[in-house]
Design a protein around this ligand. Structure first.
Ligand SMILES: [Zn+2]
Length: 227
């Protein structure tokens, strides 16, 4: 976000400079390049403009991979659970164990095809409208990124249900997950923004930026300015 803000300020300076006649060719080129890249309405807007890049069909906003109901992944994107995620959750589970807490990994990486099967089963069972509240369409699951995990406790009755939020495991985890690079992705009261019901068990690895996101109390979409 800071980077985007810097770009906006830089642009405003350019625009101010544009009022003078003494622009060098290099400055003019920069200016023109800027105007090609951004909509005029955004010029001079002090709100940070999200830096959105799509590389091989994968969307990054300010360098963070984003998947949601609007932003898909390619069907053939199949990276497996990422090593930094494995390391992070193992460390967090270990730290929890030292507090007498017991975590289990309920689910992690899913392929596009597996998500398609799950989604079809949910639609067959509950109907599409209900299924869309808790399940992603194929290509729209964070589990396909290899950066998301679902965690639970040995009290398996609460796993993958909102009551996981009442377990001692969650009560500890909600305030430390960011120290391990995780955010609770689908927050309570933010259903309109994320498109999903509250999922205390679903963690998304974002790395160092997790702390700032946690402190903000915002969803990933709000934090990145794409809500
Ligand atoms: Zn999940």
């Amino acid at each position: 976000m800071i980077k985007s803000l810097k770009i906006s300020i830089f642009t405003m300076l350019l625009l101010v400079a544009g009022c003078n006649t003494g622009l060098s060719e290099e400055q003019m080129a920069l200016h023109e390049n800027y105007e090609k890249t951004y909509e005029p309405a955004q010029i001079g807007n002090l709100e940070a403009v999200p830096d959105i890049e799509v590389i091989d069909g994968i969307t990054y906003v300010d360098g963070i991979l984003v998947v949601n109901k609007d932003i898909p992944l390619p069907a053939d994107y199949s990276p497996g659970l990422q090593p930094e995620v494995i390391e992070a959750y193992q460390e967090m589970f270990q730290a929890g164990a030292e507090q007498g807490l017991d975590f289990i990994l309920v689910s992690d990486f899913r392929t596009y095809d597996y998500q398609a099967q799950l989604y079809d089963n949910y639609v067959a069972r509950d109907g599409q409208e209900a299924a869309d509240q808790y399940s992603a369409k194929p290509g729209h699951s964070e589990h396909q990124t290899g950066l998301a995990i679902d965690v639970g406790s040995p009290d398996s009755a609460s796993n993958l249900t909102v009551s996981f939020g009442d377990t001692p495991e969650f009560q500890w985890m909600k305030d430390v997950a960011h120290e391990y690079g995780f955010i609770i992705r689908y927050l309570e009261g933010k259903e309109d923004i994320t498109g999903y019901m509250y999922e205390p068990w679903h963690l998304r690895y974002v790395g160092e930026e997790a702390a700032a996101i946690y402190e903000s109390g915002l969803t990933l979409e709000e934090y990145l300015g794409i809500d």
